[in-house]
Design a binder for this molecule. Structure first.
Ligand SMILES: [Zn+2]
Length: 483
């Protein structure tokens, strides 16, 4: 989000009702159903199951069949872009191991297929519906079969928990006719989403997982390893190994599309403990693995320039730390509000932005642009007629104005009425090019006050927006206008 200089003010909101709460209602109904199902399953399950962490897929407008349909479409594109090894022997090994693991996946919706990518970087990725790709670098770097199984179990978990289409749902739901919210997408919508995603890119919404998704894939992956009779500690051990080996250099590629959640190792170890430690007679290695590793190491080096896709875009790899749940208060001539104490306010007059460290990035032309954070300001609407300007008009003028410096900006969800500190306001969702690469979501909240249109722009990359939503709401709820 690029900004012009401006002035600010304040909001407080009593509620953000409407579709948001309807969705919350649906979610909480679902949660109750799931809780009952989980409770019944727990009663029937053997004791060892009682302790394991229960995970479930998030909000999703796709059906599992549509996951497979979308994955198949995107996989064709992926296999043209990525250097495939196309070695029947290696793929047969991966499929035999992968299907043994997938047999212990919790939902059994998908027909899995595993293929080897001719790239020595340690990486792997999975598309919705069970299309899993493992770089030869994983086979070459792993000390034993359990470690390879760990990477595969992690990828299978992303597929099972349907993280790709969950993210696509969140990113594209606003473009879908409102009637289908809470229902399922029609089949032609899958094509539309595939088109919106714009083919295969590691940076795309399908493969850029949130830290929450990573944590879930680690935990479910550990459970799958356990249930398949492998040492469930192997996944975490392999992650630790590649992290240690890449110390001081660029972060290992695996972590660029599988960002490390906080306390990654501790959480996996906790899960292993909940499972009661490694299963009796657990497997670590196999002669088949040692043979395939030797074979892959003997193959010719990958072609030059044939790299699996890298993180595209502005070249920043480090995301800001997650917003703190401790808030500090801020005050200027227009309003009072709170912000996470690991963010910094930068203000002048009635304009202020609240930004985490790393939240402002180079826009590619040497100028800083806000990729994460909140902007608060005042816009003076123009009106040449005698009647007073409405909040809708003023908001439209502001959006036009912002478009001058942000040509890629578009409205994805029209004005909805809200209240902020008791004042009538509007909520509008915009999509824009993110200076951190990809698209960003800009949640715009506007309130018309005597001093002008006070506006709040909540900014985060589309794929991470969920991680910031709550913080933005809490900040808006804290707003008190000067009266
Ligand atoms: Zn992952």
């Amino acid at each position: 989000m690029k900004l012009r200089e401006a002035r600010v003010s304040y909001l407080r909101q009593t509620s953000l009702p409407n579709k948001r709460s309807a969705l919350l209602q649906i979610r909480s109904d679902l949660r109750q159903v799931v809780a009952v199902v989980v409770a019944v399953v727990l009663m029937l399950a053997p004791v060892a199951w009682a302790e394991r962490t229960q995970l479930k897929p998030g909000w999703n407008l796709f059906s599992p069949e549509q996951d497979a349909q979308l994955g198949r479409q995107v996989s064709r594109d992926a296999e043209r872009q990525v250097p495939m090894l196309n070695d029947a022997r290696v793929d047969a090994y991966l499929n035999s191991l992968g299907r043994r693991l997938a047999a212990h996946a919790p939902y059994h919706y998908f027909q899995y297929q595993f293929k080897c990518v001719n790239d020595r970087a340690i990486n792997a990725f999975a598309l919705p519906g069970g299309f899993v790709y493992i770089n030869r670098g994983v086979l070459e770097a792993a000390d034993n079969e359990a470690q390879v199984a760990g990477v595969m179990a992690h990828e299978i978990s992303h597929v099972e928990l349907r993280h790709g289409t969950n993210q696509a749902t969140k990113a594209y739901a606003w473009q879908v006719p409102l009637g289908v919210l809470g229902g399922a997408l029609g089949n032609n919508a899958v094509g539309a989403v595939a088109q919106a995603i714009g083919g295969f890119a590691v940076n795309s919404v399908l493969l850029k997982y949130s830290r929450t998704a990573e944590s879930q894939a680690d935990i479910l992956g550990t459970q799958i390893l356990y249930d398949s009779g492998y040492d469930p500690r192997a996944m975490a051990q392999f992650f630790e190994k590649i992290e240690a080996e890449s110390k001081g250099r660029n972060p290992a590629e695996f972590f660029s599309n599988h960002p490390s959640p906080e306390h990654r190792m501790e959480r996996v170890n906790d899960e292993v403990e909940k499972l009661g430690g490694p299963p009796r007679g657990y497997k670590t290695d196999s002669p088949e693995f040692r043979e395939i590793k030797r074979y892959v190491l003997s193959l010719p080096a990958p072609p030059k320039g044939g790299r699996a896709p890298q993180q595209a875009g502005g070249g920043r790899t480090r995301r800001p730390d997650q917003p703190s749940s401790h808030f500090q208060s801020y005050e200027n001539e227009a309003l009072r509000m709170s912000y996470p104490d690991n963010w910094r306010p930068n203000g002048q007059g009635s304009a202020v932005s609240f930004v985490p460290a790393g939240g402002v990035v180079d826009d590619g032309r040497g100028k800083g642009a806000l990729a994460y954070g909140m902007i608060v300001n005042i816009f003076e609407p123009h009106h040449d007629r005698s009647e007073p300007v409405t909040v809708e008009d003023a908001t439209d003028q502001l959006i036009d104005d912002m478009r001058h410096s942000n040509p890629g900006m578009r409205v994805v969800r029209q004005h909805e009425r809200i209240r902020l500190d008791g004042e009538r306001g509007l909520s509008t969702y915009l999509s824009n090019d993110s200076p951190a690469s990809g698209r960003e979501t800009d949640w715009l909240v506007t309130v018309l006050r005597p001093e002008g249109l006070i506006y709040f722009v909540c900014v985060a990359p589309e794929r991470e927006y969920d991680e910031y939503d709550r913080t933005f709401e809490a900040m808006l709820n804290s707003v008190r206008f000067r009266r």
